[in-house]
Every structure is written in C-alpha cells, then in structure tokens.
Design a protein around this ligand. Structure first.
Ligand SMILES: Cc1cc2nc3c(=O)[nH]c(=O)nc-3n(C[C@H](O)[C@H](O)[C@H](O)COP(=O)(O)OP(=O)(O)OC[C@H]3O[C@@H](n4cnc5c(N)ncnc54)[C@H](O)[C@@H]3O)c2cc1C
Length: 259
C-alpha cells in the first residue's frame, strides 16, 4: 500500500481540533534562531563535514563558532552562561546542525541535554558556578557516561560502582559509547551507590576529565557520525574528591528511567 493512501485513512488524518490544541508555528524568535543557525551551518559546518567524517576526526575547530553562537548552552538560562532559549528553539537548532553534520549534532546535543541540563536541575550552586557556566559558554565540553557493555536500554543493569571513602567516592567500572569521550573536560558518570529492595540506587557524579584513573581506551567504529568520537572509558578506582555528587541517589525502575 502506498504511504499516501495510509495518510488519508481516518487514523492518520490530521484532525482540526488537534490543530487548534497544538500550535506548530515557530515564534519569531525561533525563526531567527533557525535562520542564524542555518547560515552558520552552511558557512562553517557543511563545507567540512565530509572531511571530518572521512578522517573520523573530532571537529574541535568547530567548537569556537558553536560556542560564540550560544549553541553549547542553548537551554541554559543566561545567568548561568547559557543562551536561554526554549526547547523548541533548541530542537530547531539541532535539526539545522544535523542536516549538515550528524556528528556535530550529537556533540552539541550531549553537552546541552545530558550534561548542562542535569547540572542545572540537580547541581549545587557551587557546581553550577564551577561547571555549568563554562560548559554553557562553550569554554569546556561535556560527556555523559551511562551505557556499559552489558547495559544499554537496560540501564538497571549497571555494574559501575561508587563506594564512599571518607569525604570522597571511589568509582569502578567501564563505560561504553561515550560521545565526545577523551575530548570532553567534564563527565557525568552514573554509578550504583547501593542496592535496596532488589533495586539499584544510582547516583550521578561530576568527574573532571583530568581525574587520575579515568582512562579512555578504544574508539568505537561506527557506520556514520564518525567524527563524534565514541570511546570506551574504563574508570579505574578514581579518587573522587573531584567527582562530586551531582544528583542524589535515585531508584532505577525496570524500564531504565530514573525515578
Ligand atoms: C550515536 C550514539 C551515541 C551514543 N552516545 C552515548 C553517550 O554519550 N553516553 C552513553 O551513555 N551512551 C551513549 N550511547 C549508547 C546508547 O544510549 C545505547 O546504544 C542505547 O541505550 C541502546 O543500548 P544498546 O546499544 O546496548 O542496545 P540494546 O539495549 O542491546 O538494544 C538492542 C535492541 O533491542 C531492543 N530492546 C532492548 N531491550 C528490550 C526489551 N526489554 N524489550 C524489547 N526490545 C528491547 C532495543 O529497542 C533495540 O532495538 C550512544 C549510542 C549511539 C548510537
């Protein structure tokens, strides 16, 4: 059956009342974001995308321009160094970047969504000053370490453990598929801190890239997005004086979402 036939069936037909409930038009500000990101991407990102991909080279030279445009802290309020845009403007910007280079899109998406945003939501005032402001300004880059060789969709199955040792934590484990791994300065690392009622309690730690014991090993080879390097990251006993707790322990539900 042709797709166009499917779309005319009642179930797929766009209902007038839905159109009234949801406004799909971009605001003037969102259109301006779209236009300026489109122009930047056409001038700076697209012409070099093929080269970076072919060489599987991390596009570090692109970060300055992305930061100047505020793209590395898009959804972070201006008081914390970000551009203070809404999530629709952010999605529009990601779309524009992805049209030219999916690797750059992953790099931008990771540092915004799963590094800046958790620190904004759960970090202390001190952590926001120390990490969020330079991250959102694009002076440093973030990476996110949840997945492990045996724990992808099944995030309940984390083996990385964090054990309290006086004022600090010792974290042990191996993370996989860490986008921007080895290139990032700040890592959000999810580790199991205890087990209660047969469920893992998971805590998010902020770990600096220079922390002893954080070693980056092999690069993951992918079919596409070859410039957004993904590394396996063995975390060997790093003393976590620098690995400050970002979010309090959460119970991981069976679907893998943090509860
Ligand atoms: C480009 C890219 C960037 C990434 N960057 C990061 C990163 O920065 N940090 C990070 O931590 N991780 C990262 N990941 C890892 C990503 O989060 C995992 O790949 C993802 O969670 C899926 O895990 P998996 O690959 O082990 O697949 P699996 O969990 O093995 O899933 C394989 C398939 O089985 C299906 N499946 C799984 N469980 C069930 C179930 N219970 N019932 C039915 N079907 C099921 C899935 O839908 C999928 O189709 C990245 C992945 C990619 C591709």
């Amino acid at each position: 059956m042709r797709l166009s036939n499917l779309l005319t069936r009642d179930n797929f037909r766009f209902k007038e009342e839905q159109a009234e409930a949801v406004n799909f038009e971009l605001t003037e500000e969102q259109r301006m974001v779209q236009a300026s990101v489109r122009e930047f991407v056409a001038g700076e990102i697209a012409p070099r995308a093929h080269e970076y991909d072919e060489q599987a080279r991390f596009p570090r030279e692109q970060l300055k321009g992305l930061a100047e445009l505020g793209l590395l802290g898009m959804i972070i309020p201006e008081e914390w160094g970000g551009a203070g845009f809404d999530t629709v403007a952010y999605a529009v910007a990601l779309e524009e970047i992805a049209r030219a280079d999916a690797s750059v899109c992953v790099i931008v998406g990771v540092t915004n969504s799963v590094v800046c945003y958790p620190i904004l939501s759960f970090g202390t005032e001190e952590q926001k000053k120390k990490y969020l402001v330079p991250l959102a300004r694009g002076e440093i880059l973030g990476a996110f370490c949840l997945s492990e060789p045996q724990a992808g969709s099944d995030a309940t199955n984390l083996k990385t453990r964090a054990v309290r040792d006086g004022d600090s934590y010792v974290i042990n484990g191996t993370k996989s598929w860490v986008s921007s791994g080895g290139e990032a300065n700040t890592y959000i690392v999810m580790a199991v801190t205890s087990r209660e009622d047969n469920k893992n309690k998971v805590t998010a730690f902020i770990v600096e890239g220079t922390t002893p014991g954080l070693t980056v090993s092999s690069i993951e080879h992918k079919m596409g997005q070859r410039a957004s390097q993904m590394f396996a990251c063995p975390l060997q006993m790093f003393w976590a004086a620098k690995a400050t707790v970002c979010a309090w322990p959460s119970t991981v539900s069976t679907t893998g979402a943090l509860a």
